[in-house]
Write a protein that binds this ligand. Structure first.
Ligand code: ADP
Ligand code: ASP
Ligand code: MG
Length: 812
């Protein structure tokens, strides 16, 4: 004998039921089968909604009923031929009864648990009867009413099974029953007085297990809409995959902590008889599914992660509890009498507080009852009034062999901590099958994905980017990312996704990653943006391993880094403003980055893609000390003075530099030397010196009236006006056989920048195009400096520098 159970979605409509019938036909070829079915689709929910509506508005209730009726008659019309007339008649009768019950609810203005159980029972009564008649078209089938077999106590909506009576009923019915296939409704049962009861929401799984145990079945198959019990809820964790084998205890823990695929009480009856449970996908019958059994094959030490949302923590706290027995007994007794389910327990070892997790729906009642129970102690201030914290979720990491491995809970909590998930309470069963943590509900999805990555996906790491600024540099960055995506996945096991992008007008988000071939379109169709709304969206999307990438040169954007870092979101930026702002601000950003474990990287602030800052960091971290830095750090100024001579005009050369993407959007920032001053400032700070921008001597070569312009047009006009001045500068150098280089120097704690005449024997003399060069004189490189040289400006190299920072974060 095999017992097969099909859940709501497996019998949601004609197509699905056909699929069910084909599975049943196949299985019944070489075995007798008992088939347990749920109500069609969401019928139970709809029946309950209708009953609640009947309390208020009978017309609306009848409308809900009408839709339920239509679904059922459609299935009959599609699938029942031989007994159509009879089935029509019976089903019409059942719907008339249901309507009368709704009318009764409306008239009496009362919906008791007893009535609601009757209402709910119609779902499975109808589904099992209709499917049995559809199966009768070509199979040997009988239908049996489960309420005649499963006997329970009087708790109408969550009844406890009397196994003695139930097992006897089932055994004697099946002894007489000669049909190959028996169709039964799940979920429904009756008490000793033949009143209808139900086994609790999701209870059809349990019914199937009861039948399997009573019949000593060879196997219990739970057919549903996913291919087994997954490593985590597949609707929340995209990377989750089916667990091939799992023990009864592990499956029980996972289902207790929210893996809805199996109703928690289901395991017990099957376990008692050691009947294997197989979870299978109705819509993909060939896939293996999950086998729940006594001795599963060795798998991962962590088998799965589950979670329950909508949990509240109830805390009983106060010095008056210490050393006095009985507090926890009274606490649990109060909750148990009120039938409030406790999902989670921790007690501080000082006995100063006890903390339990309950479903949010029960929290208010629990507080009222407990305040009442402990009213005397509260009044005498021995304990505090009961504390309730809402909007929480419980995560549970489950696996029987976890106890044989050290450091799993360390891994769990440090992964959560790294990603800024605040843990409110922790419990670890002494059997060590389960470590559970209470966190904010808001963080649940992120936390599940973090833990899934930690325990099941060590091989691929996901990085989630939020990119602001899609001008020259941003666009190249996205193109490089797109081009390199597959390579990174394959070779570095790194999956980089762009979740959000923004320019100054619009923003677009996609939680699964924006298609980088079409990001422009996505952005065009996006919502209007502000810095705050973008930040808000990043925060709400609450992804793990998040990185904010700033490709702008905008002051306001640079002012928001701290907010990101405080949320453990790393920041990568080519924007120099933050690192060149006040030393206090620079220091704060560095401190916040350390404290919240979020990287703050800005390699492109100096020398675009050249590894200048990274090299300097490595020198300092390994104990070297900077004595002097000499550098040509402006790709734009280098380009300008390499191309400017008596045959060109200064205006045209600057315009060409801007066109090539070698200047800041505002070229005056380059030409005035401010940009170079910022760069040497950053290098000085990274070398460990406390300096401000004002401390840097800037020997500007621009005439006053060029410096005093406030837009690009005026600036360019002033260049034309002062052409003679620039020609003069050129001539002075040229007459001495020197070249003009804008040099930055840092020596003895002091920095300066300015135009210098460079003779032909100097390392700077032959610097081409937009190249940069940096000479680090350090304790370890005192005479022959460490030299870094190469293209120091341009969108492509800057983008690749940003890319390198992103990869640095991934490698941490
Ligand atoms: P049925 O109607 O067949 O009883 P349920 O909706 O009760 O199906 O259970 C199946 C659902 O359980 C899946 O669609 C999935 O959303 C959810 N689920 C939660 N956790 C898990 C898990 N760990 N593995 C598989 N499914 C899970
Ligand atoms: N139909 C019932 C419910 O929706 C039982 C079940 O499907 O397991 O709760
Ligand atoms: Mg279910």
């Amino acid at each position: 004998m095999k017992v097969l159970k099909f859940g709501g979605s497996s019998v949601a409509n004609t197509e699905n039921i056909k699929q069910v019938l084909s599975i049943v036909a196949k299985t019944s070829k070489d075995s007798k089968v008992a088939v347990i079915v749920s109500a069609f689709g969401k019928t139970t929910n709809n029946l309950i909604a209708g009953a609640n509506e009947a309390l208020i508005d009978i017309t609306a209730a009848k409308e809900i009923l009408g839709a339920i009726k239509e679904l059922h008659f459609n299935v009959i019309d599609d699938l029942v031929i031989k007994n159509k007339k009879e089935v029509h008649k019976e089903v019409t009768y059942l719907f008339d009864r249901l309507q009368s019950i709704y009318e009764g609810v409306f008239l009496l203005q009362e919906l008791s648990d007893k009535t609601l159980a009757i209402v709910c029972s119609f779902g499975e009564r109808l589904s099992s009867y209709i499917i049995a008649n559809a199966a009768k078209e070509n199979l040997d089938v009988t239908h049996k009413e489960s309420r005649d077999l499963i006997s329970t106590n009087n708790e109408h909506l969550n009844a406890q099974v009397n196994f003695k009576i139930t097992n006897k009923n089932i055994a004697s019915f099946f002894e007489e029953n000669k049909h190959q296939i028996t169709l039964l409704g799940g979920f429904i049962s009756s008490n000793i007085d033949k009143e209808t009861t139900t086994l609790g929401r999701g209870g059809s799984d349990f019914s199937a297990s009861i039948y399997a145990a009573a019949l000593d079945a060879d196997e219990l198959q739970i057919w549903t809409d996913v291919s087994g019990m997954y490593t985590a809820n597949p609707r929340v964790v995209k990377q989750a995959y089916p667990i091939s084998e799992i023990s009864y205890e592990e499956a029980m823990e996972l289902s207790h902590f929210g893996a809805k695929v199996l109703y928690p009480p289901t395991i017990q009856p099957a376990l008692r008889k050691e009947i294997a449970i197989r979870i299978k996908n109705t819509f993909d019958p060939e896939s293996a599914g999950t086998l729940i059994c006594k001795n599963p094959e060795n798998g991962n030490e962590v088998k799965g992660i589950s979670h329950i949302e909508d949990v509240s923590l109830i805390t009983l706290e106060g010095g008056g509890m210490i050393g006095i027995p009985g507090f926890s007994k009274r606490l649990f007794e109060t909750l148990s009498v009120a039938k409030i389910n406790v999902v989670f327990i921790t007690q501080a070892s000082s006995e100063h507080s006890i903390c339990v997790g309950v479903y949010e729906d029960d929290a208010v009642k629990a507080k009222e009852l407990l305040d009442e129970t402990f009213s005397i102690e509260i009044e005498k201030k021995k304990i505090k009034p009961i504390i309730v914290e809402k909007e929480l979720a419980i995560l549970a990491v489950v696996g029987e062999s976890m106890k044989n491995y050290q450091g799993l809970s360390g891994q769990m909590f440090s992964a959560l901590g790294r990603n800024n998930v605040n843990v409110r309470a922790i419990a670890q069963g002494s059997s060590e099958k389960n470590i559970s943590a209470v966190i904010n509900k808001y963080d649940a999805k992120k936390a599940l994905n973090i833990l899934h990555e930690q325990f099941f996906e060590e091989r691929t790491k996901q990085l989630n980017l939020f990119v602001t600024g899609v001008g020259n540099v941003g666009e190249r960055f996205l193109a490089q990312l797109q081009q390199q995506k597959e390579f990174l996945k394959e070779n570095l096991k790194l999956n980089i996704r762009v979740i959000g992008i923004a320019n100054s007008r619009k923003m677009a988000f996609n939680d699964d990653g924006i298609d980088l071939n079409n990001w422009k379109e996505a952005l065009e169709n996006g919502e209007p943006t502000t810095l705050d709304s973008f930040h808000q969206k990043v925060k709400e999307s609450n992804h793990r391993n998040s990185v904010f990438v700033d490709n702008t040169a905008n002051q306001q954007v640079s002012e928001i880094y701290e907010k990101y870092l405080r949320e453990s979101i790393s920041v990568v930026t080519c924007n120099k403003i933050a690192c060149a702002s006040s030393f206090d601000n620079y220091k704060t950003l560095k401190q916040v980055s350390r404290k919240y474990n979020a990287s703050f990287l800005f390699e492109t602030n100096v020398g675009a893609g050249l590894p200048i800052i990274d090299t300097l960091k490595n020198l300092i971290n390994s104990g070297d000390r900077v004595q002097k830095i000499q550098a040509v750090l402006s790709g734009s100024l280098n380009f300008v003075f390499n191309n400017f001579n008596e045959n060109s005009t200064f205006h045209d050369v600057v315009a060409a530099a801007q066109k090539e993407g070698y200047t800041e959007p505002d070229p005056k920032i380059d030409l005035s030397g401010v940009d170079v001053a910022r760069k040497i400032l950053i290098l000085a700070r990274e070398s460990g010196h406390q300096l401000e921008l004002e401390d840097i001597a800037n020997n500007a070569f621009l005439p006053e009236d060029s410096l005093n312009t406030y837009n690009n047009d005026d600036f360019y006009a002033s260049l034309t006006k002062n052409e003679a001045h620039f020609q003069n500068i050129f001539k002075e150098a040229n007459d001495k056989d020197c070249r003009l280089k804008y040099v930055a120097e840092f020596v003895d704690g002091k920095a300066n920048v300015g135009l210098q005449h460079i003779p032909s024997d100097h390392p700077f003399y032959n610097l081409e195009g937009s190249d940069n060069i940096v000479l680090f004189f350090t304790d370890r490189y005192p005479e022959n400096p460490l030299i870094i040289k190469g293209a120091g400006a341009g969108a492509d190299v800057t983008a690749s520098g940003i890319f390198a920072d992103v990869i640095r974060i991934a490698n941490q």
